[in-house]
Design a protein around this ligand. Structure first.
Ligand code: CA2
Length: 145
């Protein structure tokens, strides 16, 4: 079983600014949490990918077709704008979980829209980086069914 974790723009800057919203851990710690949670959930492989570019995220989702069993995605700023990422998730039809580090539902109006959510079977918000471990757990349970 292979899981792919996709992170959108600026998540590589974690820990550098805005610790009150996103915590003080950096991107390397996010990767470590995903690798450890994936192993403990019994995934054979967890690939963690980050890009600041919408098209690269679409390419990565398309490349997952036929190769990846489940996706965890934090589209970051593209959550609130990208029909292209939604369409890619729908096109590959790989089970997907949406994650947000912050509690987006308590933030600005423009963060209340999520396009990617429409192609995900679950959404996790406000659990910090541990939300990725939670997402991998939900994904594993979903794939066992
Ligand atoms: O809460 C989340 O995980 C978000 O997806 C994070 C995005 C934001 O645009 C979404 O609304 C919610 C932002 C990603 C990273 O932003 C940083 C900003 C400053 C310093 C470090 C990271």
């Amino acid at each position: 079983m292979k899981a792919l974790v996709i992170n959108g723009p600026n998540l590589n800057m974690l820990g550098i600014r805005e610790p009150g919203i996103y915590g003080s851990d950096n991107y390397d710690r996010l990767v470590q949490i995903c690798q450890e949670a994936g192993a403990s959930q019994g995934f054979d492989e967890v690939e963690v990918f980050q890009s600041n570019h919408e098209g690269s995220i679409v390419d990565k989702i398309q490349e997952a077709y036929g190769k990846v069993d489940g996706i965890v995605i934090n589209p970051a700023g593209y959550t609130h704008t990208s029909v292209a990422i939604l369409d890619a998730l729908k096109a590959v039809a790989i089970p997907a979980v949406e994650v947000h580090i912050s509690a987006v539902e308590t933030r600005e109006d423009f963060r209340q829209v999520s396009y990617a959510r429409l192609a995900c079977f679950a959404t996790i918000t406000g659990e910090g980086l541990q939300g990725y471990a939670h997402a991998l757990e939900l994904l594993r349970k979903h794939l066992e069914k």
